[in-house]
Write a protein of this length. Sequence first.
Length: 483
Amino acid sequence: MNPCVIVFAVVLAWVLPVGPVWADPLASWNDTSPKKAVIEFVERVTKAESADYVPEPERIAVFDNDGTLWPENPVPTQIAFAVDELKSLVQFHPEWNDDAYVQAALDGDTATLLANHETGLLRVISLTHAGMSTDEFRLRVQGWLATAKHPRFGRPYTDVVYQPMLELLAYLRANGFKTYIVSGGGADFMRVWSEPTYAIPPEQVIGSTAQTRFEWRSDYPVLIKTVDNIFVDDKAGKPVAIHQYIGRRPIACFGNSDGDQAMLEYTTIGNPRPSFGLLVHHTDAEREYAYDAEPQSSGKLVDALIEAQKRGWTVVSMRDDWKRIWPDSPAPLKALAAVPELPPEPPPPPPPPPPTLFDNAWVVEDINGRGVVERAPTYIRFEEDGRVTGDTGCNPFNGSAVVKENTLKIGPLATTRRACKPAILKHEIRFLDAIAKIHGFAFDKEGTLRLVNSAGTALLRLSPLLEVPANAPPFTAPGNPSP
């Protein structure tokens, strides 16, 4: 063989790695003992030749949510949702102003609510969660998540999740684990966003629950939320819920507080299979929060931290063991003072004067270029005193609108809680989502109204409706669902 060929082959073998090079599955974790412990456990239970091999159907991993997968300070996210719902509804219920727990919620006194779960917190939950269908509740949570942001970090709540834990979830699933949420939060609340946020489907979300009631409304069946027979999925309730809903003992458990201690004990003590327990310790005041014995709201970690030393549970220090806290997210758009100028439209022919928002009620002809659902008449009327009323095609609404030159800001809106068919509910979600993004308006030469976003893109196209349909349902205050 040519000596040059031999030299080239030797150099090539030295330069190129042998076999595939795999990306680090836990790239946001520092190379400290917690990361090594996780990887060692997963490799030990997934290698067929290992003495600790666990068959794939038994690879169950359970995760607490608040404080383990995303923050629970300054208050748990579901409480933030409930308080915002109260603020929207209290204008229709002046009698609520005499309720001490409602006032505590509106004043931000969450310590009072959390100290009285069975009275204070239950009162707020009953006013903002009960009496509506499960579909209506999902719609309200989706609408809230579309605009609400974490008060400290200024990002949507579903962006304020821990990147290292997202990597851990993906790493476990890639190795045959089935991942579950087992949390004290409401199951119906978490199931709205768990799949797009964590890739955990709704059927793998276990949380606090209350009895639902089957009813017929209009011409189809619905499930109505109540506050009857409440089950709190916390502390000793977590192992009970795992047995009831999963039917297998987990081999891996991840939590952050004393509320997760029983779940960690059930997973790791007396388990016939190899097991692993991990606590997330909030030690990073600069990037997130630092607390254990004295959290701002929930998440106290004292007894479980002591128990971790006895039981060999892994303790993750956010400050020391995580390279980063949050996933990448697009930079927030700066609010625009005015809508970019649209191309000039030819003046409308005389004799009709140029239309204004206040000339007519307006019926929606198109949403985001995708049309509208048939048999879902959706209309809106602007009043010169700043009020706005209408119907989403499913529920009547009212609220406020600020008009200045060619800029327009609509909201907040309050809607009733009438149950509608799934297709109509989806139509309502699209309409309300578009309304929340409106920044201006313009008219076509034919008198068609276009409501546009900050970039000048038409989100809604509307035509004049000289008279609201006579059979339109009357507006009723949210919280009083129509029969």
